[in-house]
Design a protein around this ligand. Sequence first.
Ligand SMILES: Cc1cc2nc3c(=O)[nH]c(=O)nc-3n(C[C@H](O)[C@H](O)[C@H](O)COP(=O)(O)OP(=O)(O)OC[C@H]3O[C@@H](n4cnc5c(N)ncnc54)[C@H](O)[C@@H]3O)c2cc1C
Length: 370
Amino acid sequence: MELGAEFVHGRPPGLCSILKAAGLPLFEASEQRWRKEGASFKAFPEFWETIEKVDGQIPAGPEISYVQFLDHAQASPSEKSIARAFVEGFNAAQAERISAQAVALADRAAEEIEGEKAFRVTAGYGALVDWLRAGQPENELRFETAVERIAWNGEGVEVRCRTPGGIRNHAAECVVITVPLGVLKSRQIEFAPELPKDKLEALMHLEMGAVQRFVLEFDDVLLSSRNMPEGFVMADGLDVPVWWRTTPAPRNLLVGWTGGPLALKLGELSGEQRRECVVESLSKMLDVRIEDLRRHLIEVHHHDWMADPWSRGAYSYPGIAGIEAARMLAQPIEGRLYFAGEATDFSGHSGTVHGALESGLRVAREINSP
Ligand SMILES: Cc1cc2nc3c(=O)[nH]c(=O)nc-3n(C[C@H](O)[C@H](O)[C@H](O)COP(=O)(O)OP(=O)(O)OC[C@H]3O[C@@H](n4cnc5c(N)ncnc54)[C@H](O)[C@@H]3O)c2cc1C
């Protein structure tokens, strides 16, 4: 059961060519949007038009928050609320904190790769990780090995790690740091000497977003009896407001998603309360009594990415001045410390698998052609 990334957003060339080399086919998911209105699902074909109409007005120039931008945008309250919900849900962001100009940059970047389309790796993203892993020499990958300290100077780098067998030290000419932004911001890894001031400042302008993603597994009866359409169903006012099927994966799974402020709010609840909330949301969305839903529910699968000390959030988004901050975070330090990972993307693809992958290729180029 995959509890993290699910979609390939558009046709990013780097990721697509790796998937091709790995022999992993993609399945195009329905991009259709639906709204739950009363007891029925209503097609919402003007969804992308609305996003384009609103985001198309984001001014170039000094970065402002998405909320500040919305205050002056020429759009109806309902169009503004659709655009805001999308930024909060998709970017996992707080609209008061995300840079509107970064949203516009991401929109342009997505347009270049047909980002409105969404694909699933038919065998799941796990199959890609397995393929990449199989290509590594044996014993080159160390699991359950947490980096605690990175000491560096003109001679090289020494990395101290905690493993189940105790502390292990590794020496190298240089290192590539790919831990999530949330981990870097928490300062749980000690740098000696400390990271330069401009790097630390960059961390302050980048934000770790919040997502709550639930996979509900049912016996076959329930879902085949409901007319839940393919695509993304939006049900305003629910704690978990966005739902979709996992086609072509088993048809007895439904994904519930919330990002940004709603996800942070759910994060304050216990695991049990969160599960109750998601079942309640689904009961309202499908118009099925909670007791009936529970009778067919096998399991609620969920991972708390915000509480996970190895991620400390779902994925990053640029705060105000965040575009330049990501560029700064990506800068190597004296040929010893290199930085990759989705948060170091400054081309509009942060927060995605393909953005993370491209950042790895960027660092490989930096190391090979200093
Ligand atoms: C619920 C959810 C759904 C998502 N859906 C999508 C999607 O549909 N499509 C998409 O493109 N993207 C999606 N994403 C985002 C995508 O998963 C990330 O952008 C991508 O995984 C980032 O890759 P990364 O290599 O930068 O970081 P990560 O994948 O987070 O890898 C960082 C690694 O560092 C390790 N680590 C942390 N601390 C230490 C330490 N001290 N020592 C050693 N190792 C450490 C972590 O364990 C982890 O393995 C989703 C993310 C979430 C959470």
